[in-house]
Design a protein around this ligand. Structure first.
Ligand SMILES: Cc1cc2nc3c(=O)[nH]c(=O)nc-3n(C[C@H](O)[C@H](O)[C@H](O)COP(=O)(O)O)c2cc1C
Length: 328
């Protein structure tokens, strides 16, 4: 499985429609679902919560929980549904998540995490991975982090995504927790150095191809979140420069394929805005960017937007492409 670059799990962003859209741009990146709580996965509308289309693969299910039996059950379900990996969230600092005892607060409980991972590994045959921070509150200590990783390794996990900043569990909002604690890439590099047999994927604040190349000299993979959501076509730079992919789609081709998906999904009852909201950044940094955003907000963000309006979008796309070609 290629995991050199992956798109980060992001609540309210990387749902199945966003992943389908991103996959139209990039064949090679690994994708992650938004975090799904074990209880929702087990007791909710499974098709709605866990369903995906095969085009999205390779795809990991990210799960939030600390009940080992539930985690094991969800791991088996993930495997049966065709997910390529199951990932446990050990990095989310939100109050709600802490109250339910999952996410970053579990970094305080290495024994419990190891038990959970062990049960998950025993329950399925897909890789069980973890996404962590490098510390929490006053703890940003190499030995603590390394011992935590070693416990998870002993429990059967070989692959770790490390968001290179600590989580502040009290006093910062989730958004502040993505920006205020300082990035410390060296800590992640050191973990990789100390554990060359583990697959270490670095995450946090990575926004340029040059940075990806630099991190790949020290780690096994790079995970990127916000920059890809804001500028999905950045994936073409990644395809070209990192995966050496020469045949990449134009924005027009992406929009054309997305329309076919939209038509199919609308017939199944999906709202137009649930798909199109993810495409706001398609023209990021391009001449037609403002026009594209305005068209989307005027025509496609309402809950009752219809597909006929979506069809007209190709005119906007073609005009944008022409405008950019003239400048180029
Ligand atoms: C809107 C949003 C939602 C997020 N939801 C999740 C989530 O469900 N699970 C998770 O592990 N991390 C989540 N994160 C954190 C990202 O996966 C990632 O670790 C973080 O954004 C840092 O990477 P970046 O600087 O490339 O964005 C979220 C981040 C954002 C901005």
């Amino acid at each position: 499985m290629k995991k050199i670059v992956s798109v980060a799990p992001m609540m309210d962003c990387t749902d199945r429609h966003d992943r389908f859209f991103l996959r139209l741009i990039s064949k090679n990146v690994m994708m992650y679902t938004e975090m799904v709580a074990t209880k929702s996965a087990l007791h909710g509308d499974r098709k709605k919560i866990l369903g995906f289309s095969s085009e999205e693969k390779p795809l990991a299910l990210q799960v939030g929980g600390s009940d080992k039996k539930e985690l094991a059950e969800v791991s088996k379900i993930a495997e049966d549904m065709g997910y390529d990996e199951i990932n446990i969230n050990l990095g989310c600092p939100s109050k709600k998540v802490q109250k339910n005892k999952f996410g970053a607060c579990l970094m305080k409980e290495p024994e419990l995490v190891a038990e959970c991972i062990n049960e998950m590994v025993n329950a399925c045959n897909i890789p069980v991975t973890a996404k962590t921070r490098i510390g929490f509150d006053d703890t940003e200590d190499f030995d603590y982090l390394n011992n935590f990783i070693l416990k998870m390794k002993d429990a059967g996990s070989k692959s770790f995504i490390m968001h290179a900043r600590k989580a502040i569990l009290k006093g910062l909002t989730p958004k502040q927790n993505l920006n205020i604690p300082k990035l410390n890439y060296e800590m992640v590099y050191k973990i990789k150095n100390e554990n060359p047999d583990l697959n270490i994927i670095i995450n946090g604040g990575i926004s340029k191809v040059e940075e990806i190349k630099k991190h790949l000299k020290k780690c096994d993979g790079v995970m990127i979140g916000r920059v890809i959501y804001q500028n999905p076509y950045f994936l073409v730079d990644i395809e070209r420069e990192i995966f050496n992919e020469k045949n990449n789609p134009t924005r027009e081709e992406v929009a054309e394929k997305l329309l076919k998906y939209l038509e199919k999904e609308v017939k199944l009852g999906t709202k137009v805005n649930h798909i199109m909201r993810h495409t706001v950044g398609l023209y990021h940094g391009q001449i037609g960017s403002k026009k594209w955003k305005k068209y989307l907000s005027d025509n496609m963000m309402a809950r009752d937007s219809d597909f006929q309006k979506a069809k007209h979008i190709m005119t906007i796309v073609q005009n944008n492409e022409k405008a950019n070609q003239i400048i180029a």
